[in-house]
Design a protein around this ligand. Structure first.
Ligand SMILES: Cc1ncc(COP(=O)(O)O)c(C=O)c1O
Length: 398
């Protein structure tokens, strides 16, 4: 098998250059492409039921139904409670919003625990509220060789004054997957809140808030075949007791008390369709295929002499995200050369400044990140990796 059979078309993947050749969209960690059903759901929302909720007419009632249905779909996908699902423009905005509300629980002398593996959206808000409230931030380190978080140190980092433990389920920089259990347990042991960034994990592997027990789970549907938008799943004990910034007539109970103004209803329609798309294949099938992709890409890149690969050496416990540098070549120059050959990748720190720093990289230039998704074929993976090999070979000669 050289590709997973897809139940639907992804129109963006069919785009061709002037010579009729397709592109390899290998920036999946930056955002995935969307299937036809997601596009149609969004179009249908705008063409048939473009209305505000809570009015007395048909299309308004449909909008209200869409809001409820979308929460149910996302809750099913994340194994969470529909009442906990809060929608917003993206994960970063929602996390700042939550952090502002949470600041009231932080006092001088308290501490917040973050990690060196996280995207800055799960670090900067905690730094900001800690600074405002006279608290400390403790950054749990990674092992720079394996890129795994050093969870054995958690008992030294978390204490009676810890108010929050924020961690990632998967690094957007290296694809390293984290076991949430030590973080959730450490937070629960001292009555702290556990905040899991699932942006780079959801859509690559099964995520269950109920089973894992984190108090807050963040994710972004545009990383799992949906439209640009964000989700926080905030468990009831926080959702109902914290006081988010809100206008006075806003709902004073349930997820709507956290949603500022009107959500993008067309995005909600797309998110619901994205969940149904993933379910139509099955997340476990996607994970299994992405494992094959990661193995293949790792095997290719690991044998290149002048290519430094970062992250776990095997495809286990990692997303199909490959991060590397070519000796004596700027990451952006590598990305530009790949783009000329129709392979689209990211270069830089990708907002993961702590991981880039921990790996000893120059943060501003970072590394090249080639990230795949379930819709990639092995031929595309081979082509992308062979192109890296050609660029690296030329760099060696030149
Ligand atoms: C791991 C991780 N966390 C957080 C974010 C921020 O997500 P958003 O763009 O929805 O604000 C990203 C975005 O790339 C990410 O990869």
């Amino acid at each position: 098998m050289t590709r997973l059979e897809l139940p639907e078309r992804f129109p963006a993947l069919e785009r061709e250059d002037e010579n009729g050749r397709r592109y390899v969209h290998a920036d999946a960690p930056g955002g995935t492409q969307v299937p036809v059903s997601v596009i149609e759901a969004m179009t249908s929302c705008l063409t048939t039921a473009n209305a505000s909720p809570n009015r007395v007419f048909l299309t308004s009632t449909e909008t209200l139904g869409l809001m409820a249905d979308s929460r149910v779909s996302v809750a099913r996908f994340l194994d969470a409670d529909p009442d906990d699902i809060v929608f917003g423009p993206n994960m970063t905005s929602l996390t700042w919003h939550f952090a502002h509300a949470f600041a009231s629980r932080v006092s001088p002398g308290d501490n917040l625990v973050c990690t060196q593996l996280d995207h800055d959206a799960n670090v900067a808000p905690w730094l900001a509220i800690a600074a405002a409230r006279g608290a400390d931030v403790r950054l749990l380190p990674i092992d720079p060789v394996t890129t795994r978080l050093r969870t054995e140190l958690l008992s030294e980092f978390v204490d009676e004054r810890t108010r929050l433990v924020a961690f990632t389920l998967c690094s957007n920089f290296t694809g390293t997957v984290t076991d949430p259990t030590p973080f959730v347990d450490a937070a629960a042991a001292v009555g702290a809140v556990s905040f899991a960034d699932g942006v780079a994990a959801v859509g690559h592997a099964h995520v269950s808030q109920r089973r894992a027990g984190y108090d807050v789970l963040a994710c972004s549907p545009y990383k799992w075949y949906g439209p640009h938008s964000g989700v926080l799943s905030i468990r009831e004990h926080l959702r109902e007791t914290l006081t988010p910034d809100r206008v006075r007539p806003a709902a004073d109970a349930g997820p709507r008390r956290w949603e500022r103004g009107m959500p993008s209803f067309e995005a909600l329609a797309g998110v619901r369709a994205a969940v149904e798309y993933v379910e139509s294949i099955g997340i476990d099938e996607m994970t299994a295929w992405e494992h094959v992709i990661a193995e293949r890409a790792l095997a290719h890149l690991a044998e290149l002499e002048n290519v430094q690969l970062y992250g776990l050496a095997t495809a286990d416990s990692r997303a199909p995200t490959l991060t590397f540098n070519v000796d004596n070549m700027a990451p952006k120059a590598v990305a530009q050369r790949l783009a000329v050959e129709r392979v689209f990748v990211a270069a830089g720190h990708n907002y993961a400044i702590e991981p880039a720093r921990a790996l000893g990289l120059e943060v501003a230039s970072g590394a090249v990140r080639m990230g795949f998704a379930h819709y990639h074929s092995l031929d595309e993976v081979d082509y992308a990796c062979h192109t890296v090999a050609d660029i690296a070979a030329q760099a060696r000669i030149g």
